[in-house]
Design a protein around this ligand. Structure first.
Ligand SMILES: C[S@@+](CC[C@H](N)C(=O)[O-])C[C@H]1O[C@@H](n2cnc3c(N)ncnc32)[C@H](O)[C@@H]1O
Length: 226
């Protein structure tokens, strides 16, 4: 189980990180169904971690998206894992081995700076861009209009910076019309920060014994990051 000494938290659910990804981040954003509806889709993620969410999303995209479709996956990551740590973490899912080995083969041994990777599958393409550094700083400069956001920056109690109102406003400002978000957190102050940024926030049943998670849609115009 990958664990961060710095933040005192696990990278994903100890029950089943992959099932959590499907329940919280994919289903929470209406995926994979929305992949089928358009030729291009942009995802923004706060916290790339082991790449599990990316690999699971990539698999879902290949299955659901139309021929010729493209996925752009932008992830904001403060301290990217080394290739060997990533491979070790992802080895827990042998049926993801094919994509895991493609990701780790292209991943730097010891990442320093942004990472841009391209993957081609039968008629579909996937671009992965890791924006290296503090999410707040990198999101200020980033150019993207995400269709869906995965908010995955460790528990809000352990890493409040990844859930601040300032950051949630930047997330809202980097979205396409009708953009959705999902997170495992149902903390009241996180929901309020998302609402203040312009998202309509819904409480939904959580994964594996967690009472609730949050998901929603950008209701109107994003509130300016100020
Ligand atoms: C819960 S893990 C993400 C798990 C990941 N999505 C996966 O599929 O494995 C949280 C990630 O957020 C990163 N992080 C924490 N604080 C950050 C910050 N201020 N800016 C950018 N990334 C941050 C951590 O380094 C860690 O990789």
């Amino acid at each position: 189980m990958p664990y961060s000494e710095e933040f005192g938290d696990f990278y994903y659910s100890r029950a089943d990180g992959r099932a959590e990804c499907r329940h919280v981040f994919l289903a929470g954003n209406g995926l994979p169904q929305r992949f089928a509806e358009r030729p291009g889709f942009v995802i923004g993620e706060l916290g790339f971690g082991t790449g599990l969410n990316f690999i699971e999303t990539w698999s879902a995209f290949e299955t659901a998206a139309p021929e010729g479709a493209r996925l752009e996956f932008h992830s904001f990551e403060l301290s990217a894992l080394s290739r060997s740590d990533m491979a070790r973490a992802l080895s827990a899912w042998p049926d993801l081995a094919e994509r895991t080995s493609r990701l780790t083969a292209a991943w730097p041994d010891a990442p320093a700076g942004d990472i841009r990777l391209e993957f081609q599958d039968a008629g579909r393409s996937v671009g992965l861009l890791i924006h290296a550094g503090p999410a707040l700083e990198r999101l200020q400069a980033a150019r993207l209009d995400a269709d869906a956001w995965f908010l995955d920056g460790f528990s809000p109690a352990r890493n409040p910076d990844m859930w601040s109102q300032e950051l949630m406003r930047l997330v809202a400002a980097r979205t396409a019309p009708g953009c959705t978000f999902a997170t495992y957190s149902a903390a009241g102050w996180v929901r309020r920060n998302l609402e203040a940024a312009g998202f309509a926030v819904e409480k939904r049943p959580g994964h594996a014994g967690k009472r609730a998670m949050s998901a929603g849609i950008l209701a109107g115009a994003a509130v300016s990051p100020g």
